[in-house]
Design a binder for this molecule. Sequence first.
Ligand code: NAD
Length: 361
Amino acid sequence: MATYKIAVLGGDGIGREVTPQAQKILEVVGKATGASFEFEPALIGGAAIDATGEPLPEATLRLCEQSDAILFGAVGGPKWDDAPQERRPERGLLGLRKELDLFANLRPATCFPMLVDASPLKRSVVEGTDLMVIRELTGGLYFGEPRGREEFADGGARAINTMTYSSREIERVARAAFDVAMKRRKRLTSVDKANVLIVSQLWREVVTRVAKDYPEVQLDHVLVDNCAMALVQKPTQFDTIVTENTFGDILSDEAAILAGSMGMLPSASLGGKVGLYEPVHGTAPDIAGKGIANPIAAILSAGMLLRYSLDRGADAARVDAAVLRVLEQGYRTRDVHEEGMRLVGTGEMGDLIANEVRRSY
Ligand code: NAD
């Protein structure tokens, strides 16, 4: 039977509350299927700074490199807000992304039927939305050289950032996106600004070339401004979207509001050997320590871990279905609670979903 080593990095704030719920779900999957999960906890972010002085201790990095996947919570909080740049909690996450070369960020946006009214968009627009945004995470405008700022003697200034991509960088994220599309409805939309940007023209050329290796996937190219409009006009037309770093940063947040609540959004970062799975939300200092955080984003992230790192799509589908069933039964954490629903805390929501997963086998 398969043995999987999972690094568990809860981090700070509600990261430490929701991650154990995600781990609980994987434990249930392990028991039901005979797969063996070995969970190894490690420090990251503010908690790691307090204990070791470093946001990403060497031992944590080594553990992650030797694991099959990483279950991540969130890092940061007011306690470390005034620390110098290199001693800030988010350095831990950025360092991990860099060291593990996590170049593809996957963010699904699913509109749960029973939460459709939590979306700022009309029911008729958003109902049935089930899409995935894949954002290139390590290249483009945020990292390109030259970058900087020069001051002029007359008091003016000039600043520069560079959007740059090599064909190799485009090809690897395109392949990741086609692989994801193959596990979904086999439709991929590549988003660029090829009518203006030379770098987008290369992007389009490389994605089109990679498509030849995926004849089953239907590929189309859309300009980023059109995509931004279409996402709020007719989000159901999309399945998998792939785009470069800056466009992806913006479009994935736009897609996120379709789903309604921060507490419901999972994500994955893929690259080399080890994938990292984390809720999109942060450490929520306003509710940390109260046991009321919504664990669903973390639990759905564990589902993504099963699907994308362990190739256990059938188990992942059980996790997704269990979340739906518990919501259908009317259970809600405070962030998505409405009158007439049953209010539960973090641990209780985790238990309810774990029970549904167990029952599904
Ligand atoms: P946040 O996501 O932590 O919180 C935003 C709002 O959403 C808050 O009102 C919070 O209570 C609510 N919320 C978030 N997740 C929830 C959940 N699971 N259940 C119920 N309610 C939830 O964003 P923020 O307030 O901007 O940031 C707080 C801290 O988290 C900062 O230090 C920030 O740097 C850090 N952060 C970390 C990550 C990460 O580790 N990937 C991401 C974003 C923010």
